[in-house]
Design a protein around this ligand. Structure first.
Ligand code: NAD
Length: 328
């Protein structure tokens, strides 16, 4: 299969491209190496792709380009069987500061891909959506038909993207699936995320710092589970035209997360607290029943297991990754 992964130099797209290459697919990565966070991680990811592709009978191509450029997008989509769309300006806080940029990339960029895919012979477009589309919970865990009232510009762009995808399915018969990811973590994760910060501080004997009272809860999803869901959807039409939650369905508080990291690395440390940041959702919790039913999705790890694996990866990649976390 020929797969176009947009945002494939990023955290999740990077893991997807790597897995698809391992599975023997031809992969084109389209990414503009947006300097929103440490470019070094993206360069490292592209090196990993080249290593995986080497010695396998697969075509791998990295295109340094922008999803906002319709010509680039059209040319690449014309060569693809499946489009896996991860490129986005992520980050709730960034979207509050920079709403126009976030809308350009997340909405206009998506429309470029959908337009090109409508014209080409694409079998399916799989799009990365987000738990941010839900906003304030009326009931938890979120089921996919929970009302959507995003509380940040980022969430609004992700919801708009979902509606666009649905409309392209309904109007043009283009198969699309949107996956609502819940806080994803794992190797090469964005360095400014809570888990990488907690790990980095504890590894260095410094107390983890919580913003707020630590009672916010999150459904943390190990990146390998996100990969599995996308991998299944390459071949399955079971969720075409639909949205699925992809989470762990096991939400924990930031306090418990900090304790999990601290207990594995430096149990003697006392957790510290600073004031909360704006526009962060208070609670996220995924029901993954629909994804289980339609595509056999099942979260594979507990948070303690996933954190343990991340710590192991962190220790063996500390030399290049840690400075990026410390800078973020
Ligand atoms: P990321 O920032 O690591 O990856 C996004 C990639 O897109 C980056 O490599 C960036 O350079 C690229 N990009 C940005 N603008 C671009 C443009 N205009 N043209 C081409 N490439 C561009 O983020 P991630 O964590 O890997 O997230 C991947 C997707 O999953 C995003 O759509 C994000 O909204 C969604 N998501 C992520 C999480 C999470 O917890 N990481 C949760 C929910 C949803």
């Amino acid at each position: 299969m020929r797969i176009l992964v947009t945002g494939g130099a990023g955290f999740i797209g990077g893991h997807l491209a790597e897995a698809f290459l391992e599975d023997g697919h031809d992969v084109t990565v389209l990414d503009n190496l947006e300097p929103f966070y440490a470019e070094g991680i993206k360069r490292h990811t592209l090196d990993v792709h080249r290593e995986v592709a080497e010695g396998r009978a697969v075509d791998y191509r990295f295109v340094d380009g922008d999803v906002r450029d319709p010509e680039t997008v059209e040319a690449l989509v014309a060569d693809a069987d499946v489009v896996v769309h991860q490129a986005a300006q992520a980050g709730v806080r960034e979207s509050v500061d920079n709403p126009r940029k976030v809308t350009d990339i997340n909405v206009d960029g998506t429309v470029n891909l959908l337009e090109a895919s409508k014209e080409a012979d694409v079998k399916r477009v799989i799009l990365a959506s987000s738990s941010s589309v839900y906003g304030k919970p009326q009931s938890l865990p979120y089921e996919e038909d929970h009302p959507t009232e995003p509380v940040s510009p980022y969430g609004v762009t992700k919801l708009t993207q979902e509606h666009m995808a649905r409309v392209y399915t309904e109007l043009h018969g283009l198969p699309t699936v949107c996956l609502r990811y819940f806080t994803v973590y794992g190797p090469r994760m964005r360095p400014n995320m809570a888990i990488s910060n907690f790990v980095s501080r504890c590894v260095n004997g410094e107390p983890p710092v919580i913003y707020g009272d630590g009672q916010q809860t999150r459904d943390f999803t190990y990146v390998a589970d996100v990969v599995d869901a996308n991998r299944t959807l390459l071949e399955s039409d079971a969720a075409d035209g639909d949205v699925l939650n992809i989470g762990s369905s096991d939400n924990i508080s930031i306090q418990e997360l900090a304790e999990t990291v601290r207990d594995q690395l430096a149990p003697e440390l006392e957790i510290e607290y600073e004031s909360a940041r704006e526009a962060d959702a208070e609670h996220t919790h995924a029901s993954v029943a629909k994804a289980g039913e339609l595509i056999g999705y099942e979260p594979s790890r507990t948070i303690a297991e996933g954190v343990g694996e991340f710590i192991e990866w962190y220790q063996s990649n500390r030399e290049w990754y840690e400075p990026l976390v410390r800078e973020s």
